[in-house]
Design a binder for this molecule. Structure first.
Ligand code: M6R
Length: 359
């Protein structure tokens, strides 16, 4: 089933352009208009706030989509860790709508919130890769990622599928609400560009393997930094690295370095900077200089529009609002090769299960 791939994770990273193209086919019509269940859209349209709840990588996919919903659909979004939300429930808005992101549809931390949401009588949507899963059956609405089975414990194609599908949903809601940004956002073209950009990065995987060897082969720790749209990706990049390569990794909003973490930077500490967001690129460049001056071994991932000649990985230009879809791919490959080069079982990292069905 793995075909030519030594591990499912590499296979699943490779599938991402196709997964995106399938989502475009399944959820956008020929003219690029979203095809979404009318009842679901009506319920969302009535909501005054969207609560996105999930765990792990799915939570990170929610963080990445928050700006997309706010920009395209003008709906305020709160993203929560399901495990915290159920027991430390924030003061809810008057008309909340709950979105559960779960690849497996079986995550117990998310389910315990959904049980409460149903008791409260609020509408909910599960976005999942597993038809008929518990979270799908118990939510008011379901949207399927159609990403094909994800076998590797480290989630890759579900993360990008979740962001892409949320983007389509945000566009649909925004259009219904007459938001100009949603009408102008050409999801079909943009997601097509993302798929092509992903393929470019995947084709450079041998080069990324070299970078993994140069920067991450023997290190005990690593830091990812990003601002704005790149911050959410830095969190996901760090999770991926720690999960399968056992390198202690943290993702940071670039500016936070100087509020504490920069004290950890020593000679040779890897710092991986993600730079796609024009509004804050120069500030992240400033952070890169600060850590370099303290001996950090800096690897930069930048989008063409804001790239400089010394950047290590250059991403094709896409709308920065959805840049996490593309910028995450090199970080997935870096994590993959770091784990592989260290001789670990990439698909089955120690202590972890694919679906976490206990709270
Ligand atoms: O199936 P779910 O999306 O609900 O799973 C949530 C997390 O357990 C999952 O994303 C986990 O963090 C992954 N192993 C990360 O790669």
């Amino acid at each position: 089933e793995k075909g030519p791939f030594p591990f499912y994770m590499l296979k699943e990273i490779n599938e991402q352009p196709a997964v995106l193209r399938r989502l475009v086919q399944d959820y956008l019509d020929e003219s690029g208009k979203p095809v979404i269940e009318a009842d679901l859209l009506a319920a969302l349209d009535q909501a005054d706030r969207l609560y996105i709840l999930a765990a792990g990588t799915s939570y990170n996919a929610g963080l990445a989509a928050k700006s997309v919903f706010e920009n395209l659909a003008h709906i305020p979004v709160e993203v929560g860790l399901a495990s915290e939300f159920g027991y430390n429930t924030p003061l809810l808005s008057k008309k909340p709508f709950f979105l559960f992101l779960s690849q497996s549809g079986e995550t117990a931390d998310s389910r315990q919130v959904l049980v409460k949401v149903n008791q409260w009588g609020y509408p909910s949507l599960t976005m999942t890769n597993a038809q008929g899963s518990t979270l799908s059956r118990e939510a008011t609405y379901t949207m399927l990622l159609n990403a094909g089975p994800e076998i590797a414990v480290a989630s890759t194609k579900a993360y990008t599928a979740q962001i892409a599908l949320q983007t389509i949903l945000a566009k649909a809601l925004g259009e219904k609400r007459g938001v100009q940004a949603a009408i102008d956002f050409d999801a079909r073209t943009q997601l097509g560009l993302v798929a092509n950009g992903m393929q470019t990065i995947i084709d450079e995987k041998d080069f990324i393997n070299q970078l993994a060897q140069n920067y991450l082969a023997t290190t005990r720790n690593a830091f990812y930094i990003g601002r704005g749209y790149d911050y959410a990706v830095s969190l996901e990049a760090a999770l991926k690295l720690k999960e399968i390569s056992y390198v202690q990794a943290e993702g940071f909003a670039g500016a936070e370095l100087k509020h504490g973490t920069i004290s950890l930077i020593e000679d040779g500490t890897p710092v991986l900077a993600i730079i796609t967001d024009k509004r804050v690129a120069s500030h992240t460049r400033g952070n890169v200089q600060e850590v370099r001056a303290r001996g950090a071994h800096v690897l930069t991932i930048a989008m063409e529009d804001v790239a400089e000649k010394d950047d290590n990985i250059i991403l094709d230009n896409i709308d920065p609002l959805i840049s996490p879809l593309l910028s995450v791919v090199p970080t997935q490959l870096l994590a993959y090769y770091t784990s592989l080069n260290r001789g670990y079982d990439v698909d089955k990292p120690r202590n972890l299960a694919k679906a976490v069905t206990v709270e």
